[in-house]
Design a protein around this ligand. Sequence first.
Ligand code: SAH
Length: 429
Amino acid sequence: MCIALPAKIREMRGTKALVDSYSGLRREIDCALHPEARAGDYLLAYGGRAMKLMAKAEADELIALLNQVAGRKKLFDIIKKGKLGFDDIHYLLTITDPEEVRLLQREADRLREVFLRKTVCVHGVIEFSNHCASNCAYCGLAKSNGSIVRYRMEPDEIISVARTAVADLGFKMIVLQSGEDEFYDDDTIVRIVREIRKGRSVLIFLSVGERGETAYRKFREAGAKGVLFRFETSDGALYRQLHPDSDHKERLRHLKFMKTLGFLVASGPLLGLAGQTIATLVNDILLMRELKIDMASIGVFIPHKETPLSSEKGGSVDTTVRFIAATRMALSPNMRIPIATSLESIDTDNARLIALASGGNSLMLNLTPLKYRRDYSIYPGRFGENESVQSLVDKAQDVVKSLGRRVCKGWGTRLKVQESADEFLPVCE
Ligand code: SAH
């Protein structure tokens, strides 16, 4: 795998283009997807294939950016590399020069644009129960927190909220999330999934915690297509300290069988926990790559006053944005990277704009009915806690437009990421 670079076509030989590439080498590029290509045109090449044709002005702009990066030898070497190793990712996460950080963000943004074009995917999440049998040290829903009002949505209410979001608002992907709540047994979850899917094309992601392989097989058979299941940290010892009721190996085992069952897997870490080092964060990125996740779900820890971690500092926008950019560079370049609500919550005005311009490509909007939403207090001051769904949708549209992008029309089956350099990369529409 190598990075997507611009090249000028010298000559066409059937469907092959002989090009002068940015790196100075003369190469043959497969141009079968762009039969209109002519000598003198510019193209963007990736893995020996032309990803797209470009106007000269766009190519010039891109070459100017690459020339700026080329002045920073270490960063440029990493960008050219394609498959990044531990030291490369470590370097990206520890750059201190603001100009170089900006170049990293722009390069991640460029890569996102090549593979996912000018689209932003918008998903919805329904938080259907805040009951939880676990005591994760960072989470406000922990069983031991007696200060929150607990709620459960009726299955029919969950189905109705989801179907309305799909039919009236055009949502194509819905996450159903809850604490570890066995009140909803497997058959109930199966029924909810089936009813939401009935006659509709919608991608349902479940975020319901550890329920074992048999249950997830049933959910998959019922038509659930994805799971949102963070590994929280790659550091087994840190995981143990934070999760009295869960085992790191079991968490990872879940992720593996979920992948085998054919789920699209959204996973990743929670950033900003005390005890995490830069090495931990590098390993988080490498773990996402090893697990071949389809979507990088990157959360930012926000301390909750009713938890054992109440006096911790929590995560920062800077580290998270850099982590997003490094993830875009280190994982498959068409990786879906949603902007977590927790990131939006620590900088309501700017975080989504910065993150969407640094490799992020999607937004997650809260569809939970307002009467419950405030009680899903995994952390305080959640973004959009008091806003109607319509207002959240309108604001998301404004953000997307202000970036010169548009909401993705459909991805469904095109979501799967590239798993080997030979596979053709699907793009957003
Ligand atoms: N029970 C499900 C869903 C958990 S809640 C499961 O186990 O997967 C979804 C996510 O909220 C968690 O994975 C965690 O990363 C995040 N979260 C919990 N507490 C948080 C906090 N204080 N700050 C930021 N994110 C938090």
